[in-house]
Write a protein that binds this ligand. Structure first.
Ligand code: SIN
Length: 311
């Protein structure tokens, strides 16, 4: 993050930074980088990604807040949470305007296009999230150590100014993957969506991370993010076109129907017709689903524990 001098950490230029473990895709000491001085007194932490919907730590206060001057983009590869070293997922990081401009042509234009189409061009460099105030007690040390471990996939600590909804501000600790971290991986929206639709890692499917973030942001009209919405729509399209099509002869019908959603059908049946067919067969106990040869279970698959085995 190469913005305000003195407020940022830069993984490449600081010799005290941990080394990269390329095989695992994490810092070698399994902790976020950045040996920075924390603000005195109560500590705020600003979350803009998974921390918005899964903070997993106790705080004294939680407030919606934003930071400006950065774009929140799914440009950070994840091998330890939402992907694996053999198929990395994509999670969010914060990208400065200068780092955006340094990317190959097309990426910045695409982002400008999305922001302009939304009618709110400034949204591109405005990141809404949550600020958490930690208690001024020894337990907070452990919270920070746990966060450093969680953010080991290339993130660094930095201090940024956050603005609360009432206009007041505070200095907050922020974890972001700077443009020089090894997992920084700029991609177009289409390429990012293709990764997210497919990747899964120890923390769960990549799509779950995106949809939870979208859900959090849509919780307030002020925080809606056109890039996130565009990406989530594209991932939904990728998933439904993939899961909704059945190659002839490749489908094995489930022996029992288990309260699944119906994704789509083939054989010319439209979704409502397929659904009706299933419902009526379910009433008859669906012993013979293979007669149907039109049914595909699985939208969205990560929700459907029982269905996954049938695919
Ligand atoms: C954050 O949520 O603030 C950091 C990125 C992440 O863990 O998703």
């Amino acid at each position: 993050m190469s913005t305000t001098a003195g407020k940022t950490s830069n993984a490449a230029n600081n010799e005290s930074q941990p080394k990269w473990n390329a095989e695992l895709g994490i810092w070698e000491n399994a902790a976020a980088a950045g040996d920075i001085e924390l603000p005195k007194g109560a500590l705020w932490i600003f979350g803009y990604g998974s921390l918005t919907w899964k903070p997993a730590f106790k705080s004294e206060e939680m407030r919606r807040a934003k930071i400006t001057g950065f774009a929140r983009l799914f440009w950070q590869r994840s091998m330890d949470h939402r992907g694996t070293p053999s198929f990395p997922g994509a999670v969010v990081t914060l990208v400065t305007e200068n780092d955006l401009k340094a990317q190959e042509s097309g990426l910045l234009e695409e982002l400008h296009g999305i922001a302009e189409k939304s009618g709110d061009p400034a949204s591109m460099l405005s990141v809404h999230g949550v600020a958490f105030r930690l208690a001024d007690d020894p337990e907070s040390k452990q919270i920070l150590a746990d966060l450093d471990f969680r953010e080991k996939g290339g993130y660094s600590r930095s201090i940024q100014t956050v603005e609360f909804e009432d206009g007041s501000t505070a200095e907050a600790l922020v974890y972001a993957g700077t443009a020089d971290n090894p997992n920084f991986h700029p991609l177009s929206v289409g390429d990012t969506a293709a990764v997210i639709a497919k990747a899964t890692g120890p923390s769960g499917p990549n799509r779950e991370y995106l949809f939870n973030l979208e859900n959090f942001l849509n919780g307030s009209p002020k925080s809606r993010d056109p890039y996130i919405e565009t990406l989530a729509d594209q991932v939904r399209r990728n998933i439904s076109s993939k899961e909704g099509s059945v190659e002839p002869g490749k489908f094995t019908a489930p022996s029992k129907l288990r309260g699944c959603f119906v994704g789509s059908g083939s054989d010319g049946l439209q979704l409502p017709e397929v659904f009706e067919t299933i419902v009526s067969l379910a009433g008859k106990n669906l012993e013979n689903a293979s007669d149907l040869n039109v049914v595909y279970i699985g939208l969205p698959s990560y929700d459907l524990d029982g269905c996954a085995a049938d695919k």
